[in-house]
Design a binder for this molecule. Sequence first.
Ligand code: 5GP
Length: 365
Amino acid sequence: MDWWVSMPKVELHAHLNGSIRDSTLMELARELGDRGLAHFPDVERVILKHDRSLTEVFKMFDLIHILTTDHETVTRITKEVIEDFATENVVYLELRTTPKKNVSKGMNKKSYMEAVLEGLRAVSTVEVDICSEPNFDCSASAAIYARNNECASNGTGKKKIYVRLLLSIDRRETTEAAMETVKLALEMRHLGVVGIDLSGNPIIGEWLTFLPALEFAKEQGLLITLHCGEVPNQVEIHAMLDFLPTRIGHACCFGEEEWAKLKSLKIPVEICLTSNIRTETISSLDIHHFVDLYNSGHPIVLCTDDSGVFSTSVSREYSLASSSFGIQKREMFQLARNAVSFIFAGNKVKQELEQVFDFAAKTLE
Ligand code: 5GP
């Protein structure tokens, strides 16, 4: 596993509340239990169960959201999630989360996002780059990977991770609520918000409900990624592809026509192997669409989806793809590097990341 950890990686599909450490979830559940607001053993059983159907996963998220309702907790989990990704050499992270309202905690979508930003600022183990487009400084950027490796080996200085945020629209939301999220994203662009995600239980909600907000987001220059084809809904898959999102996530239930359309449009796909297997959206890795997309040179990026809920990590996803599909480390490295082209941050960040990979290519043999 060490090699996979040392390799620089780009994570483009990670949900904040799905990426919480089990230990933190247990601590939060115990506190709720102590206050008589939950029966801890029941909650513990749910948290420690790792094989869940897609439907069960969404029940799990409802439980997680009960544990993470206040601003302080949102700040804490954001900080920890970033630290965890940085520890495994993720050099660029697009973290997505659904801005939430919680009247009893005085939380609205904006204050939720402020708590997330507070979490970004609270990270102290690693340098977090959150500005929308930092001044380009080649000499500094060339040293990121060198510094990351040096820090890992001698414990001095700080690693650097670029973090950008995507605001998620939950499929349970109304058009107005979706529009509110898009407006918030626009307001927070200078704080590292680069795009919009559509997620949530795929059997709930209609594409047309979200379309006005997504069209508005696109007109305003926000980049968009859609959870697409997690269930066999061919009409929706076609409508989503016709919308021309910048990327899509999953693409599990595509038929021949949908594959042909996706490939001709060259829309990059965020692939989450463990998530697909755990939720049984794909029955086995032998028949996973990764193979066909990889062999046909279609743009793909390996991601975790919910590293906490599915007990995985980006390094593990790379290692899993390599061992399952017989792909050598050199090719896996190239796959990770290719992901730089699909990030939502601008060209300057892309160039800096290219240098990180250039440096790593020389040292990681
Ligand atoms: P949050 O947005 O609260 O930070 O992260 C959890 C939320 O992300 C879930 O409530 C759900 O809306 C979305 N999510 C996480 N994993 C998945 C997934 O595999 N599929 C879909 N469609 N949505 C997901």
